[in-house]
Design a binder for this molecule. Structure first.
Ligand SMILES: Nc1ncnc2c1ncn2[C@@H]1O[C@H](COP(=O)(O)OP(=O)(O)OP(=O)(O)O)[C@@H](O)[C@H]1O
Ligand SMILES: [Mg+2]
Length: 330
């Protein structure tokens, strides 16, 4: 767990970049630092591994004040990934990935095994890429290497500063999915900087929304979208914030709460969707195809019922008004 306790950063010259920040990151969670440019995301992140000093307040990592960690402990405990992957151009891929294990004095055999395991995680052949140099890899591949380099010594904490920000949207979504898959296995405690709302909603267990170095709201993505605490939060997420919240829920959840409609077999060319599909995609399919219904299938291919624009709307209403409203017939 990481605890921020009145954490403050005032740069020389007097800029207050981080202003009395208080929040806790649970073990195994991804917390996304989100907010407009200059709100202090990078500064806050870099204070955790002491690339920036703390002016006031504290950061406590697993019960230990960050100021008391020595260099070796810092490297072993905290992995760091940045946007421009930070690979050393004159070192091979294997040398790049093994920088921290090297520093920690791992033996050759242990390092080789670890390299192979990490490459396996990101679906790249260890033998094929071991001796290559960063410039011989695509941008997406380099970014993946940046991620496994941070994971190499198996640190409990990962700091990631817009790690996928430089990638084009399609590769980016792919790496996000892949990373979430890896996280399910490795369960790191992660602080992840983003200024992309969709990325934050997708990656975060909780979001810290910052403005001028202060926390505007600290909540799960769906709480923040559905129950924003102040005008800044409302404005930041925009008018379609309720729609965005749909991407966090599946047809299965809707079915459990509202229920699906009966299938109308008289409607021709009806499309089908899997019950695990998210509701944002479902709604855009309904809208784009001007379909009156889409048939919902479970994993075995059995037809569970039909979904319509109408019931997605009902679910949205339920989400916004909260659970009590439905019981009251709202
Ligand atoms: N080394 C520095 N010296 C003085 N001021 C700085 C320094 N680094 C950052 N700042 C200022 O601190 C504030 C926060 O900067 P920071 O880089 O943490 O923002 P950010 O949220 O990461 O922004 P972005 O989304 O653009 O990366 C800004 O006002 C910035 O100008
Ligand atoms: Mg930044």
């Amino acid at each position: 767990m990481i605890t921020f306790d009145q954490t403050t950063k005032i740069y020389e010259g007097g800029v207050t970049a981080v202003d009395g920040v208080d929040f806790k990151v649970e073990k195994g969670h991804i917390v996304v630092l989100l907010g407009p440019s200059g709100c202090g995301k990078t500064t806050l992140l870099r204070m955790v591994n002491r690339l920036e000093s703390i002016t006031k307040g504290r950061i406590v990592i697993d019960g230990q004040d960050s100021m008391e960690l020595n260099e070796i402990e810092l490297r072993r405990k905290i992995g760091y990934v940045i946007q421009s992957n930070g690979l050393f151009p004159n070192m091979t891929i294997e040398e790049n990935v093994m920088i921290v294990p090297d520093m920690l004095g791992w033996d050759k055999d242990k390092k080789r095994k670890r390299f192979e395991r990490l490459m396996d995680m990101i679906g790249l052949s260890a033998d094929k890429y071991r001796k290559r140099y960063p410039y011989e890899l695509s941008g997406g591949q380099q970014q993946r290497i940046g991620v496994i380099r941070a994971l190499a010594a198996d640190p409990p904490v990962m700091l990631m500063d817009e790690p996928f920000g430089a990638l084009d949207p399609i590769i980016r979504e792919k790496i996000q999915d892949e990373f979430l898959q890896i996280q399910r296995e490795v369960k790191k405690t992660i602080l992840f900087v983003s200024h992309d709302i969709d990325e934050a909603i997708k990656m975060a267990d909780k979001i810290v929304l910052l403005k001028g170095g202060q926390v505007m709201q600290y909540d799960s993505p769906s709480e923040m979208l559905v129950r924003p605490k102040n005008d800044f939060v409302v404005e930041f997420f925009g008018k379609d914030r309720a729609l965005k919240s749909l991407s966090l829920h599946t047809i299965r959840e809707l079915n459990e709460i509202i229920g699906l409609e009966q299938i109308d077999d008289n409607i021709p060319d009806t499309k089908t969707l899997n019950v695990n599909q998210d509701l944002r995609n479902t709604l855009s399919m309904l809208l784009n195809q001007e379909a009156d219904q889409v048939i919902v299938m479970d994993d075995l291919g059995d037809r569970l019922g039909a979904i319509t624009i109408d019931i997605v709307q009902k679910y949205l209403h339920y989400e916004i008004k909260g659970k009590t409203a439905v019981g009251q017939g709202g």
